[in-house]
Design a protein around this ligand. Structure first.
Ligand code: NAG
Length: 244
């Protein structure tokens, strides 16, 4: 996947981008792509909605590194250009949805560190250092919290990072993963390491060019906050944990 022609939806914070190619700005409210089988998500009539203002400051969570174990551990990798370690577009609303179903006392959140989430990382298929960090965090979760239910998740480049991490871990670490949630996955259609497909929920919107292995950031790539309740319900169902 190459980013020689980078189109950006205008609501992105363009000032934070360091693009190797001149950035062009284009707004396309109407999806021009056909539905790929297996795609889920909201219908095109709901566009454009952006989640970018849900949590304007990128959030950072390091619960696995700093807190006692909890019943659920979410390891999350943010998308390109997001700040903090769980970003602002999908991470914080996803955490809020999990908290509202399970209670925050059951939910530990760990963002992927050592990960610039820059465009170069997306171009090379997901930051190698971020991918390594995510694989290390999966190993740590099993070592430190053998009774936790582990959810591995990522948005956009974060989904690439998660795919890469899944290819780096051992068979024992692979079966320790209880659920996987991928939002706006650039590697849509590819297996998630050796994790059973029944444990993987991929959330790709109609018209999201990134999910079609393209490089256009269109409105359907920016509104995955619409789906966090549905995906949190999947995580809860996989975990078997008690809801509040
Ligand atoms: C964690 O799960 C166990 C077993 O379901 C439950 O008894 C306990 O209350 C849970 N912890 C919290 C903080 O809810």
């Amino acid at each position: 996947m190459k980013l020689h022609n980078l189109f950006l939806f205008s609501s992105l914070a363009l000032g934070t981008l360091a693009s190797p190619a001149p950035a062009r700005i284009q707004i396309r409210a109407t999806p021009t792509y056909t539905l790929t089988s297996g795609f889920t998500g909201v219908p095109p009539t709901d566009y454009p909605i952006s989640c970018a203002n849900v949590a304007p400051l990128g959030a950072t969570r390091n619960d696995l590194l700093t807190l006692p174990c909890k019943n659920l551990t979410l390891i999350f990798a943010r998308g390109t250009t997001e700040s903090g370690n769980i970003g602002n577009i999908v991470g914080p609303p996803f955490v809020a949805a999990l908290n509202s179903m399970l209670g925050s006392a059951q939910v530990a959140v760990q963002g992927v560190n050592n990960y610039a989430a820059d465009i170069a990382g997306f171009e090379e298929g997901g930051s190698p250092t971020g991918s390594q960090n995510m694989a290390q965090l999966i190993a740590l979760a099993q070592e430190k919290c053998p009774h936790t239910k582990l959810c591995v998740s990522g948005y956009s480049q974060g989904a690439q990072v998660a795919h890469n991490a899944a290819d780096m871990i051992t068979a024992g670490q692979t079966v320790f993963i209880n659920s996987v949630v991928l939002f706006g996955d650039p590697d849509d259609g590819e297996a998630f390491g050796k994790v059973s497909a029944s444990r993987v929920s991929t959330d790709c919107h109609f018209g999201d060019d990134i999910c079609l292995h393209g490089d256009l950031i269109l409105p359907p790539h920016l509104d995955y906050c619409l789906d966090v309740n549905k995906e949190a319900a999947f995580v809860v169902r996989m975990s078997g944990l008690k809801t509040v």
